[in-house]
Design a protein around this ligand. Sequence first.
Ligand code: PEP
Ligand code: MN
Length: 302
Amino acid sequence: MCKSWNERFAETPDVLKSAERQQTVVPVLDFEVGGDDFVTMAGPCSVETEFQLLATANRVRKAGARILRGGAFKPRSSPYAFQGLGLEGLKMLARAREESGLAIVTEVMSEDDVPMVAEYADILQIGTRNMENYSLLEAAAQSGRPILLKRGMVATVAELLRSAQVILDAGNPNVILCERGIRTFETALRNTFDVAIIALLKQISHLPVIADPSHAAGHRDLVPALSRIAVAAGADGLLVEVHPNPAKAWSDGDQSLDFAEFDDMMAALNPYLALRELGLTTREAGPTMRNAAGTRPMEAVG
Ligand code: PEP
Ligand code: MN
């Protein structure tokens, strides 16, 4: 007989739905991820200049994004590619939060950087290359900030859930899972968007799930379609790369939308979001866990 999902993933019990916990809602500034609202995180792959970041923040906010993304510490495929602005980039992100009111998600790559990144960011991103770096996960968890955990590019569902369990075990309940495409035999696209894992995670786990269509596709023309598919699969939100001038982007320009393309993508999502809302009003509500917001140890200085 087939094992139940709960038996199958029994080694990570705390990430699975239970009678007490059907949905985790992660507080971020004055809103929530994993609640009724679909939350879009958008912004450049890398923080480059103050102009680039502020222009993007203002524009994506107008189009409906709630969170600004942007890497100050960049894991790159080539050791010779731009590695990020570091602290200078974090300060630009804090300025952009002040000006736009958007929350900030940015990647942390090393344990040593956790206190500094946590001082400026509202959500700490763990990138695909670090999903199984348990000492980084523990340090990030202990910062008290919500964690956006990206699926490793060759990680199974069980491995993703194990990493989420590590964060919960470190005392941080605010974990957001992210499907960003995996490596398969298919080479036409940068990665293979594993949309089934979104549906599966929504079925078995109480943690919010967001989709990153940009890294999944690697090509900007596919990002709007993958975003619509993510909504239909039940995702709680998106992480999308947007740049004022993708042709000149310092990283991931091919998959970044320009402002007009992002506006169009957001507008095209509306009918899908309306269907999602219809689903929310008709579904049976189970117990929702509203966790306390992490405290900001020090106000970031712009
Ligand atoms: C990113 O979000 O820019 C990024 C580097 O993502 P990933 O870790 O999924 O490659
Ligand atoms: Mn990127």
